[in-house]
Write a protein that binds this ligand. Structure first.
Ligand SMILES: *Cc1c(COP(=O)(O)O)cnc(C)c1O
Length: 399
């Protein structure tokens, strides 16, 4: 179908929940995607931190093809070989002992909230249910996770929200402390606030959060939906901060694009879930687990991609800071960890994203004035140079 007709029918048939760019992408390889008109784009969005190995990585493609021929889905009424193998891989490389599989980040966070409440009721008292999250956070769009999300713009219109949440400014330990009551059961945070504008806490913030949690018998839930799977240069972002959570959630990069989420916990906490406590029809089915296993095995080969992520992240920030020198009146700040990078600017970034797209570069605008860069971990210097060329050009034509 030609583009004009597709856009027309999209407006006609698809519910209007996204402000979409007027392009239709049909094919992808590595760092590149192509539109229906054949136009090539350099992709620094990467499905918003999902396509961690780039588009259509051959190992993931083959794993999905093989698994699709053998068995796509069976119920969790039975044991699932790929699910067991994937859980083992995740446990062997994290603080966790047990894994629950679901289909998205929001679902993983729902599961985390339910597990924290159930564990606290059984171990700390039946009036323990409150969870402290951060202002400016993002945890998903279901009713519980949109309530956990400390941003009114996502909550407006859906009231009454879920009871049992309080919000502390991120990276502010005394505010967090002051919100603890006799009802508090957990603290839930992103290691780096992603959707909130790539906000990085002080290096000792999470140590202090951990201490506070231990002192008050609270569970620490880390939402690594965006930061996990090597995105920050380590398998999980908590490794940078020298602390381990009690519960962690994953999704985005986990399956290279197939819908899979996971909630991981220590044995002690996980034991609060028993048969009947929680479930998901599709959660951890053979197909998505095969894709996630291939993703992790590729990431772990010689630890190469984690190193690459660290090096390319440093190079990307260096080059963006170069642009900042060139355009000091437009660029306020460049920050990030590994390949989760934000560039804060003095103006609305939607027009910049649009201009870059016309020149064949996909970028993402968050929090109104932050350009976010979440390329695949396979990104190379030449891709970054190409991106900087286009972005520099666009910024130059603005000022
Ligand atoms: C994207 C994201 C979510 C929501 O994930 P979905 O798969 O869209 O439900 C939750 N938490 C964080 C930190 C995210 O970046």
């Amino acid at each position: 179908m030609e583009i004009k007709k597709l856009l027309e029918e999209s407006g006609h048939y698809i519910m209007n929940t996204y402000s979409r760019a007027p392009i239709v992408l049909r094919k992808g390889r590595g760092m590149k995607v192509w539109g229906t008109d054949g136009k090539e784009y350099l992709d620094f969005v990467g499905g918003v931190a999902v396509n961690i190995l780039g588009h259509c990585h051959p190992k993931v493609v083959v794993a999905i093809q093989k698994q699709a021929q053998r068995l796509i889905h069976v119920s969790n009424l039975y044991h699932i070989e790929q699910q067991i193998k994937l859980a083992k891989l995740l446990v062997e490389h994290s603080f966790a002992d047990k894994v629950f599989f679901c289909n998205s980040g929001a679902e993983a966070n729902e599961a985390a909230i339910k597990l924290a409440r159930k564990y606290a009721k059984e171990h700390a008292g039946k009036d323990k249910f409150e969870i402290i999250t951060a202002l400016n956070s993002f945890h998903g769009r279901t009713l519980a996770t949109v309530t956990a999300t400390g941003q009114e713009k996502f909550q407006k219109g859906f009231e009454p929200l879920m009871p049992g949440f309080r919000y502390a400014p991120f990276n502010d330990i005394s505010s967090l402390k002051s919100l603890i009551t006799e009802n508090t059961c957990a603290v839930m945070l992103e290691p780096i606030q992603g959707e909130g504008g790539v906000k990085i806490p002080a290096l000792d913030y999470f140590k202090k959060v951990r201490e506070l949690c231990d002192k008050h018998n609270l569970l620490l839930i880390l939402d690594e939906v965006q930061t996990g799977m090597g995105r920050t240069g380590k398998f999980f972002a908590y490794e940078h901060f020298g602390v381990a959570p009690d519960i962690m959630t994953l999704a985005k990069g986990l399956g290279s694009g197939v819908p899979i989420g996971a909630m991981l916990a220590s044995d002690k906490v996980a034991s609060a879930f028993i048969p009947g406590s929680h479930a998901s029809t599709f959660g951890g089915n053979p197909l998505v687990c095969a894709a996630a296993i291939a993703t992790i095995e590729t990431l772990l080969e010689d630890g190469f991609l984690f190193d690459q992520c660290k090096r390319m992240g440093e190079y990307l920030r260096k080059e963006l800071k170069g642009l900042q020198k060139e355009f000091p009146s437009v660029i306020i700040d460049v920050r990030g960890m590994g390949l989760l990078v934000g560039m804060e600017i003095t103006r609305d970034c939607a027009t910049i994203v649009k201009a870059c797209m016309e020149k064949g570069l996909l970028l993402n605008c968050i929090a109104g004035n932050v350009l976010r860069f979440t390329p695949a971990l396979i990104v190379q210097e030449k891709d970054i140079d190409h991106m900087i060329d286009i972005l520099g050009n666009v910024l130059g034509s603005l000022s």
